[in-house]
Write a protein that binds this ligand. Sequence first.
Ligand SMILES: [Zn+2]
Ligand SMILES: [Zn+2]
Length: 365
Amino acid sequence: LESRAALYLGTGPSLSLERIAVDAPRSGEVRVRLNASGVCHSDLHVVDGVWEVATPMVLGHEGAGVIESVGEDVRDLSVGDHVVLSWAAACGRCVQCLHGRPWACARTRADVPLMADGTTRLSRGHGSEVYPYLGVGSFSEYTVVAESAAIRISSEVPSTVAALIGCGVTTGVGAVINTAQVPAGAAAVVIGCGGVGLSAVMGLRLVGADPIVAVDLADDRLRAARDVGATHVFRGDDDVLGSLRSVASEGFDYAFEVIGLPATVELAISALGPVGTAVLVGMPGPAARAALDVYDLTLLSKRVVGCSYGSAIPAIDFPRIANLYLTGLLPLDKLVSHEIALDEVDDALAAMRRRERMRSVIVYA
Ligand SMILES: [Zn+2]
Ligand SMILES: [Zn+2]
């Protein structure tokens, strides 16, 4: 069937709005009618040429919708199910998958935007292939994904919130509850308060961290951080390390870096106290390097860990996070700052480039 979609053709800063063809799902695949898609920083990285991708590509990897049709051998999903799309369709057979760590799957299709049989269900004109970003391609009214990449959640969750569970929310909340497993009462700081950083603040509130300090350059984001559970907020351009010391004189137990810049990675490690853990969540460009104070790191037994996709198992974490939203323990609707139409996606990307807005979410009619 035909679908309106926003395509990246290899040059920014604008996406191309086109009608593409979306084929029927094959064995083990499902076709999804998107209800909503978040606009995430990784989409911007592609448009700005930070990461190279195959083109033409339908961007968007933070989507939620309803199963429109299912291919052969699909057992666990039915037409009409409400699903959140995962951008890491794990193979289920590699060593990491067997260890229960699908976010580290060695054979995930995320970096190869093709279906398991090596082809794509998306095309434009005369059957020329179109690739779905990270195997999702949610800047489109319809897409086809592997069955394992469509996770059923409660239909009571609004589609804008459901979409964000597909990337930003799971990354931020997962960094706290899965990667770091922060215990109640731990002192924590979050550096960078976009959608993922605010999700981390909510996760810290959920587990009872105290204090919860938020750092950002924008006053509206700091207000939002306070609103979702930060006990202290600081502007990043002040003497921020001094401010952090005023809250936790011995240093923090956990520091979450949610920007992906060397300077803030170094700040996160500096903010730690003895045996503190810095969790690197923000995704930088491929050449990013940060300096380590090796003496300090060793003497104080600090830990630095990377975090991809919140160390989440989508089939477990998506429904769990959705239910935490429904019970009021994660106020995820507060992340949705702008509801937009598909043809406004360039504006959303431009706002993100200016470090404005929390999360723009495309809502499909
Ligand atoms: Zn993302
Ligand atoms: Zn695997």
